[in-house]
Design a protein around this ligand. Structure first.
Ligand SMILES: NC(=O)c1ccc[n+]([C@@H]2O[C@H](COP(=O)([O-])OP(=O)(O)OC[C@H]3O[C@@H](n4cnc5c(N)ncnc54)[C@H](O)[C@@H]3O)[C@@H](O)[C@H]2O)c1
Length: 388
């Protein structure tokens, strides 16, 4: 096999971008697409569309299309069912973020994935390919920063208008989407949090539901995290602030690393903080601090393409996956833990009880005012899994 034959399920905002990206990759060939709404195919450039087989039934698509691998880019509730159907048909998968709406669903998917070790399974965590994020990961893992004591991520530059929320009837309702800023916009940062720092053992968060928009789900979250190694963290997210901030600050023994406005700056202590604290004979002095700007290449304008390319290389030549699907459960658990803490108004310990989370979310789904507006999923006409 020289090229991997790809298909895409869900030709919406993201799926139509995947069409263009995959059509331009050397190690891939886009052969078929599927959307339950045939109007969606109009989003595909005529020249590309003419070469594709079009399907409106996901099961038929997965059985009959001439594909080795599939990108699943439908609303989140349908990710697990479609991923499982695809694996059962022997297809390699790339699942859009978040891999599921709640942890129990991710557990179901991962349990099924274990049955197909020969298949490559990836999540679309395209932000792992951003050069600055790769550099941060490298600096942490190499020990360049020393032991990390505190991390702060303010990620409020996800502003979304009411028009955005009204643009898809599945959006921003418990029944249609299953969450807000933590589930739709922040899975990338939540994934990077766990990729960089591991998982916390305790989370205390507040969540505001419809603070800035006429929506059911959270559009502002303030979370405090505690890690098993003593690190603390803060994670602040919003879709209602203008101008927004995207600032990651990492305090470590060796100094402070900040990533903001595309710049990575390391203020490096000549002497590690702990050593200086114990050995200095001055009451108020500081060690010398070097200001280092870390060079980072600009990110690819199409980082999603790099994930697809990587999966194709994994299929063709055994390359290591950049974003294994199974790791997607961590970002989900982080977001679920924040909401659970907000609902209960108390600190929650991790790992969270996935059944408790599913039960609480299920109650919100039952009373969701968007009851009539839910989307359809394969084998699941109401658009969400039977796990409630
Ligand atoms: N990785 C990223 O950077 C990124 C960016 C945007 C969206 N996303 C993710 O992509 C997914 C889709 O988001 P979107 O903004 O493209 O949504 P969208 O509403 O624009 O498009 C969804 C499409 O899926 C179709 N669909 C729904 N259920 C289906 C089913 N069971 N089978 C086949 N087609 C079905 C709909 O008809 C629609 O055309 C979401 O999970 C979202 O989080 C990822």
């Amino acid at each position: 096999m020289e090229k991997v034959k790809f298909g895409i399920i869900g030709i919406g905002n993201m799926g139509s971008a995947h069409v263009v990206n995959i059509s331009n990759l050397k190690n891939c060939e886009l052969t078929a697409v599927c959307d339950i709404n045939p109007e969606a195919f109009k989003r595909i450039d005529e020249g590309i569309r003419a070469k594709l087989k079009l399907f409106t039934d996901p099961e038929k698509f997965l059985k009959e299309a001439d594909i080795d691998a599939v990108v699943i880019s439908v609303p989140h509730y349908s990710h697990p069912d479609l991923a499982i159907l695809a694996m059962r048909q022997g297809k390699h998968i790339i699942v859009e973020k978040p891999i599921a709406v709640h942890k129990a669903e991710a557990e179901r998917m991962i349990a099924e994935a274990k049955k197909y070790p020969e298949l490559k399974k990836s999540a679309m965590f395209n932000q792992r390919t951003i050069p600055a994020h790769k550099k941060i990961k490298q600096m942490i893992d190499s020990g360049e920063l020393g032991k990390i004591s505190r991390v702060n991520w303010i990620i409020t530059d996800w502003f979304r208008s009411q028009h955005y929320y009204d643009s898809g009837d599945w959006r921003a309702s418990w029944r249609g989407e299953g969450g807000g800023v933590l589930l739709n916009q922040c899975p990338h940062q939540l994934d990077l949090m766990q990729w960089f720092f591991g998982m916390p053992c305790k989370v205390r968060a507040t969540a505001k539901f419809g603070k800035y928009h006429d929506i059911e789900v959270e559009d502002e979250v303030n979370a405090y995290l505690e890690y098993p190694d003593g690190k603390t963290g803060n994670f602040i997210a919003s879709t209602g602030e203008i101008p927004g901030t995207n600032r990651l600050e990492i305090m470590a023994e060796r100094g402070r690393l900040v990533y903001e406005d595309g710049r990575l700056e390391f203020k490096r202590n000549e002497v590690e903080t702990g050593i200086f604290c114990k050995t200095t004979d001055k009451a108020f002095g500081l060690p010398d601090i070097w200001q280092c700007e870390i060079p980072v290449a600009p990110g690819s304008p199409t980082p999603h393409k790099l994930i697809v390319e990587n999966v194709a290389e994994a299929i063709l030549h055994g390359a290591e996956l950049l974003a294994p699907m199974e790791e997607g459960i961590n970002a989900l658990e982080l977001g679920n833990a924040m909401l659970l803490s907000g609902w209960k108004e108390e600190t929650v310990t991790l790992p969270i009880d996935s059944a408790e989370y599913a039960a609480r979310l299920g109650k919100l789904v039952e009373t969701s005012r968007y009851r009539k507006k839910s989307v359809s999923a394969a084998g699941n006409p109401d658009g969400f899994s039977s796990s409630f």
